[in-house]
Structure formats: C-alpha cells, structure tokens
Design a protein around this ligand. Structure first.
Ligand code: SAH
Length: 251
C-alpha cells in the first residue's frame, strides 16, 4: 500500500493526525526534500528506509515503490503542503494504476493556507473579492496562454502566485498591464509557518524591487489584491439584519 501524504506548509505540527500516524507506520518514506521539513522524519520508525525525491526522477521513485510493494511493505510518499497543488502526483497515480498498486491520499495544509495564517488574512473579503486565483508566472515551466497572468489579472481577484519569486520583473509588468493598479497591495510570505518565516508588504508597483531587496529566491508566495489592504465590508453571515438558515434577523 502506498499513502500519499501532505506534509503541510512547514511547521512540523501542521501535518494532520492521520499523516503523522501513516509516517509512524511506514516501512519506506519518499519525501520531497527540497521543501518538506526534515524534522517530520522524526515520526518515522527506526528501521524505516528514507529517500529524498528531490534527487530522484519519477522512474527512480517508481522503482523504490515497486520494490516495496513486492516485499509487502508500506510506503509513504510525503509531499509538501497539499499534494494537489503543483505536486506532480497525477503522473504517479497513473503509473500506480497501471501497475495495479493500491494507494490513497491524505490532504495537507497547503502553503497558501499557511500564508493566510501567518498574515492573519482572509482571502475572500466581502466587497473586495470572492475569488481566489492560484497560479504561477510562466517560466521554464509553461502556463497555457489562455491563463496568462495578464488575462487572469483582468478579474482583480485575490491572486496567489506559487513558484514565481524569480520571475517578478515580468510578473509585475503582467499584473499591471492586465488590470491591477500600481497601488494594489501585495504580500510576500517566505517560508510560511517555518521558524524562519518572513513577511514583506508592498504594492504591485514596488513588487519586483521589494523581492530583489529582500534577497529571497524561492519558497515564497506572492499574494496580490485588495484583501491585503484595509477596506472591506462586513459579512452578511453575522449581520444582525440578515436572516440565515440558523438565525432570524433581529433588526
Ligand atoms: N504542494 C505545495 C506547493 C508545491 S510548489 C503546497 O500545497 O503548498 C512549491 C512552491 O510552493 C514554492 O516555490 C513556493 O512558491 C510555495 N511554497 C511551498 N511552501 C511554502 C511556504 N512554507 N511558504 C511560502 N511558499 C511556499
């Protein structure tokens, strides 16, 4: 059996109870060493075989999984954050289906949720934006043209950029030409929920400069939109004049 487990955004105690239990029971752990907090490996049994997938190809990962399956062992494939976001899991699922191996998935706290906690932010503020766009700037990994930053920016929704810290010159240009204003607020969160996390606040107009000056190169999220600012409306949900399925309006 192979368990795909979301490690969470960084802090060791942000893995789920189920994820920690699976780590503790695993005979083999393959973890994404580039981003997963290595302290999570303290949950492993003493004799557990441990592999760092940052140094492996898909084929090499599958070789390890295959050997473990043939020996009747339990494998945990530990991915950073939640494996559904830039986790490269689909290609693994398809290969495992082909091989006839059973697997399941345990979710994790994605870094965009970790960053919201760090920032004490709400991405979906009334009258500001009710939409969160998760995307990346096109670099060595292409992004379909129909979802270019410029096109997505037209919505002026909350936009969360993964994998884009080294592409901020183009990102800033695209955000501006797409529709955000120079003054649209931006937060950059480096290593959200890790002990050495850092927050940088700026605007779209000063985004590139801020990232260059900060010296950060990766493991950061860029959050763009009015939700990083100060203006919003109160929620209807807790408004005394608004009736909900659980509460009658009192005013
Ligand atoms: N599956 C992961 C994302 C993997 S892609 C998740 O759900 O979070 C790797 C990118 O995620 C990094 O380049 C960075 O943009 C972002 N990232 C991962 N962990 C982060 C963290 N703790 N703080 C800020 N950004 C993070």
């Amino acid at each position: 059996m192979i368990h795909f487990v979301g490690a969470g955004s960084g802090a060791v105690d942000l893995i789920t109870v189920r994820g920690a239990k699976l780590l503790n029971e695993a005979d083999v752990i393959i973890y994404a060493g580039s981003l997963v907090n290595p302290e999570l490996l303290n949950y492993a049994k003493k004799d557990c075989e441990i592999y760092d997938s940052a140094k492996m190809t898909l084929e090499e990962v599958l070789e390890v999984v295959k050997a473990a399956e043939e020996a009747g062992k339990t494998t945990v494939r530990l991915h950073t954050g939640d494996s559904s976001i830039y986790g490269a899991v689909r290609e693994q699922f398809d290969e495992l289906d082909e091989l006839g191996f059973e697997y399941d998935v345990t979710p994790g706290v994605s870094s965009f949720c970790g960053a919201a906690a760090t920032l004490k932010a709400e991405y979906t503020l009334p009258d500001v934006s009710q939409t969160v766009i998760i995307t990346r700037e096109a670099g060595r990994t292409p992004v379909p043209e129909r979802e270019s930053i410029e096109k997505l920016a037209a919505h002026q929704a909350t936009m969360i950029l993964f994998l884009s810290t080294s592409l901020t010159e183009k990102l800033q240009e695209d955000l501006l030409s797409g529709g955000y204003r120079n003054e649209t607020p931006v937060a950059i969160v480096y290593k959200a929920t890790w002990p050495d996390e850092k927050i940088f606040k700026c605007t779209v107009g000063s985004l590139h400069d801020t990232v260059v000056k900060s010296g950060i190169k990766n493991t950061a999220l860029i959050i763009v939109g009015g939700c990083m600012g100060d203006e919003y409306a109160r929620s209807k949900l807790y408004d005394p004049s608004f009736t909900t399925g659980f509460r009658k309006a009192t005013e």
